[in-house]
Design a binder for this molecule. Sequence first.
Ligand SMILES: C[S@@+](CC[C@H](N)C(=O)[O-])C[C@H]1O[C@@H](n2cnc3c(N)ncnc32)[C@H](O)[C@@H]1O
Length: 242
Amino acid sequence: MPELKSRAGFLRYVAGLVGVYGPLGTLRLVLYELVYGVRFGFETLGMVSGDALAIDRNLQAHARPYLPTPFYFACHAFRHLPADVSDSAFVEMGCGLGRVMLYASEFPFRKLVGIEVSEPLAAAARRNLERFYRKWRRRSPPWQVVCCDAAAFDVPVESTVFYFADPFDDTVMAPVIDNIVATVVNARRRAFVIYVHPAHPEVLTDRGFRLVASEIDMNNRGFSIFTQGGEDDATANLERNR
Ligand SMILES: C[S@@+](CC[C@H](N)C(=O)[O-])C[C@H]1O[C@@H](n2cnc3c(N)ncnc32)[C@H](O)[C@@H]1O
């Protein structure tokens, strides 16, 4: 298989981090990468350019290239999740090489689902998850990596925690969020959306999601958490769509 990740691109990215986060902020990110890399492996570190995703041109026009969520942000964002996630599936839209699915496997989700449009990345994510469970001799929760456009994915009704690390623009984001509202919220379940580097928060707020937590810097780096659902929101949505 050709080399997916571009080392030169990644080094440029790291150099850019110093400009965005400053030396101390970058040092903090690097320390988290080292600590969590020992646990989850370093295979998810790197960058994959848009061309190397090997996807249809129309999809590529709306897709972001692969860049992993820094572990620092994943750790801080997951602290805002509900205390009990055991009856919930975790769904990551644009799961890339599986980094956040690996991290989510430390939580007692009922199931982990990754959606990735690029076949080479989806295949690599499956290998990374298999390697992790083999290495630590861990019994894996049920998991799957589905290779498809997130907008075409039928959201399972038991999904309540969704993760987006700025995977695509609002053209794709809008139907994905519509699907979540139609399936999860209208079934009177509460949906949580973790949105890292949130480029299009209005797609969520326009559809009735409320911001519950946010750690964003002036460069819009960080994460926001949105929620919607439960009895009241379902009734309001059904009335809005009537
Ligand atoms: C910025 S990366 C985030 C990777 C991963 N979520 C993480 O945080 O480590 C965005 C990912 O979304 C994927 N992607 C882009 N458009 C997509 C679409 N329409 N459906 C599914 N995945 C998509 C890209 O291939 C890429 O792997």
